[in-house]
Design a protein around this ligand. Structure first.
Ligand code: UDP
Length: 312
């Protein structure tokens, strides 16, 4: 099996590459290293069945290699980062997804995309099922990402309808675990809070902290990626992937303090524009189709992530 993973040096991409290398597939990892890191794939580069290709998917990717499946993960995903270069975020999801689909067409192979819960925007049905059409601002600061991913999804379905391409779409909810970028500039809530509690600094809660998220441990998520990527039954389907355990940002901060025994205090900063109030997946479809459900509890996953951030 020859597998191409775009965004393969990123947080999720490098975990996916690792699992595919373990399955003895030939893994081609494509990344422009804008948010991915070579340290994520250092150990894989020693393997014979792994190859790293530095390339930005916004430009067409020409290769003689024949792929049996493509996993398209390339895209900045942290709000701070995708908002810093919004034009690139949109191009990755338009030109980038187009290039990936053309490659799938040439190879006549299945193509998988990691879309996002952000296509639901600020949903009025929570837990949110795949049938929800979303409540998204086309001009808000998050629109480069959420409208970008909506366009990618539309393009995937268009290729399926017009050219008969085998597409699989997953909408992923907040994910965390080792290899998540812990440097402040990416500013996602879990690495931010971990850095703060490890130094006994104030925990920065945006807004009143009553907004909710549902956090899925990365290995649970990657298991679902491979099920969807490899099962014929997933052809043409869309699945939510996430952990339906919904908690407020305040509760997340309290859990961090409890686990680490930190002396940090919670402080409140302004809520970013268009910050969704609630986010939680309805995972009935993927559970009924594959029997998949998350196995790692938030406390266990946080402990593993804290250990990784301490040593990295
Ligand atoms: N957040 C926070 N403090 C931080 C970073 C984020 O309170 O230091 C909040 C943020 O406003 C959002 C939630 O935590 O409500 C999750 O933010 P993140 O950037 O991780 O991802 P999002 O779910 O917004 O894409």
């Amino acid at each position: 099996m020859n597998v191409l993973v775009t965004g393969g040096a990123g947080f999720l991409g490098s975990w996916l590459c690792e699992k595919l290398v373990q399955k003895k597939y030939n893994v081609y990892c494509l990344d422009n290293l804008s948010s991915g890191k070579t340290t994520n794939i250092d150990s894989l580069r020693k393997e014979k069945n792994f190859e790293f290709i530095r390339h930005d998917i916004i430009s067409p990717f020409g290769t003689e290699e024949k792929f049996d499946i493509i996993y398209h993960l390339a895209c900045p995903a942290a709000p701070f980062q995708y908002q810093k270069t919004p034009v690139n975020t949109l191009l990755t999801n338009s030109a980038g997804s187009l290039n990936v689909l053309e490659l799938a067409r040439k190879n006549d192979c299945p193509v998988f995309i990691s879309s996002t819960s952000e296509v639901y925007g600020d949903p009025d049905i929570v837990p949110t099922p795949e049938t929800h059409r979303g409540y998204v601002s086309p001009i808000g600061i998050r629109s480069c990402y959420d409208e970008g991913k909506r366009y990618s999804e539309a393009l995937f379905k268009a290729y399926e309808r017009q050219y008969g391409i085998d597409t699989r779409i997953v909408r992923i909810f907040n994910t965390y675990g080792p290899k998540i970028r812990g440097d402040g500039m990416y500013g996602r809530v879990i690495p931010n809070f971990i850095r703060q509690v490890l130094k006994n600094e104030d925990i920065t809660i945006y807004g009143d902290g009553n907004q909710t998220r549902s956090f899925c441990y990365v290995e649970d998520l990657i298991r679902a990626f491979i099920l969807v990527g490899e099962s014929e039954i997933a052809r043409g389907e869309i699945f939510n992937i996430g952990n339906p355990h919904e908690i407020t940002v305040n509760e997340l901060a309290d859990t961090m303090i409890e686990i680490t025994g930190a002396k940090s205090k919670k402080i409140h900063l302004p809520l970013p524009e268009d910050d969704p109030k609630r986010r939680c997946p309805d995972i009935n479809k993927i559970t009924q189709t594959f029997g998949w459900k998350p196995e790692v509890s938030l406390k266990e996953g946080l402990q593993r992530t804290i250990e990784w951030i301490k040593t990295n």
